[in-house]
Design a protein around this ligand. Sequence first.
Ligand code: GTP
Ligand code: MG
Length: 599
Amino acid sequence: MDNAQLERMPIVIGGHVDHGKSTIIGRLLADSGSLPEGKLEQVRATCARNSKPFEYAFLLDALKDEQSQGITIDVARVFFRTPKREYLIIDAPGHIEFLKNMITGASRAEAALLVIDAKEGVQENSRRHGYMLSLLGIHQFAVLVNKMDLVDYSEEVYRRTVQEYTDFLEQIDVRPLAFLPLSGREGENLVGASREMPWYDGPSVIGVLDRFESEALPVDQPLRMPVQGVYKFTAQGDDRRIVAGTVATGTLSVGDQVIFYPSGKQGRIKTIEGFNQQPHSSVTAGVATGFTLEEQVYVTRGELVARSSEPRPHVTTRLRASVFWLGKRPLEPGRDYQIKLGASRTHMRLEAVHRVIDASDLSTREEADKVERHDVAEVTLKLSRAIAFDVNTDLAETSRFVIVDDYEIRGGGIIREALPDQQDWVREKVFLRNAKWEPSNITAEQRANKYNQKAALLLITGSKDADRKTIAKDLEAALFQDGKVVYFLGIGSVLYGVDADIERTRENHDEHIRRLAEVANILLDAGVILIVTAQELTQEDLDLMRTTVDPDRIDVVWVGDHISTDLVCDLHLGEDIPPHKAVEMIERRLQDRGVIFRP
Ligand code: GTP
Ligand code: MG
């Protein structure tokens, strides 16, 4: 079997600080003959020169230096090989790396090793890492009871450690594939059978690794493919788009009817393209691929592809999740975070904390309003826009997420439940509308090229006496003068026409907004820059419109000194700004957003 055919399994190694993770990996590399020629001797010589005792862990540092080429990297990734397959071992020093490596990344670990020092016994992080494995549903792991040389290779000490850790794991409902005693430093029970522990007759570390099974690729599950990007397809000189991503679960075939979520747009797969490969007729989980559609459907990065014949993912802005928090600053309400799930990324806030669990001793607290560092919590998260996902009991793959605070990943978790939000009733209508939508042969891009603009919805709202309409009409005139395809629509124009059958009552407010948004959606599809005025829009009104219309196309301007609702706007214009100045400012905003181009 040559290299290319040899399967590679990513494994993450965890455990309490100094319990011997790096030593075990260094020794595995050395004893399995996986080190580059001369590396061992080189590191030994360096140690001797500096009169420093040799440590197997230094091998990792040496390899890390080679990998990093001058930049600091925290995580060492080393390869070693047994006759059965190749392993990528990820030595992650901190919790955050441990977590990250199990949630994100091309080489997401599907198995883990947990190291416990026989002399020190089960420690805080032994438990925390065990908890993380259980939370993320990684059932394939082995517990290595290390430093057996320090306890005279005592079977009794080993049994005690196994018992103590088993008791803990049982409480969180996980069972490792194996426990085994070893000495990383002395090389006992790493590659071959142990001489010092004749009482142990199970497999060595390598033996256990080779018993891990490659995660059965989730091909039998419903199709999920996060859209990483949409690119121009040039192979046949046409302007067809290729939708690219990696199939997370399931199977995708030419001819499949697929639905993109959260938009609910639909299309039929025309071709499946391989990178540097012949086109395929079908692809399965784990494969990075791209496809084209029969229809010209406008979709963007972050959507999740599903097959119309299979169960669909959830789409909402509220979810119940279990999170692991690792930021120094607690996860707290009132602060803006980002959530990353698959290829989607959106702002979010902590809505409620239901329960906090200390993963090191499993004690729980019901009364908490924030999540402190190292805590696990059951929370409700509120997202600034709807995303598509699955709950962990249905499809673990598309239920895992990380939370970004201040540009860094500070936490992660799994979604347990999709919660209703105020846009549910509209979302269902939008899905149906998009399913029944008659696509034109003219693409959004062709229209944008022809009109030299991108379709956009500009909402001009504000206080009762602010002069929104003057600004809106002046803006319309200015853009029109510049050759733009632009249209002003006052909410009154809809109220007595499209809405003629419903009264102007409080109960009908949302329906009025929905219809306005549907009208806007049609005009946006036609490629128009649409300017809509309405008095005192609320955030709920906006969220409703963002459910009906692609949220990326909406811009919100508030006119008036004081924002009297809870609306979050993109541009705030004070009352005394003269209309021509206001028009200029809005035009600049449209330029910055790439809706119109600088002259
Ligand atoms: P961090 O990366 O800092 O969390 O530590 P680690 O888990 O990678 O531990 P490392 O491999 O650096 O080992 C920590 C110390 O324990 C070193 O001084 C090792 O020499 C020692 N050590 C590791 N394994 C053994 C062992 O089997 N027996 C003995 N006696 N010492 C060991
Ligand atoms: Mg280490």
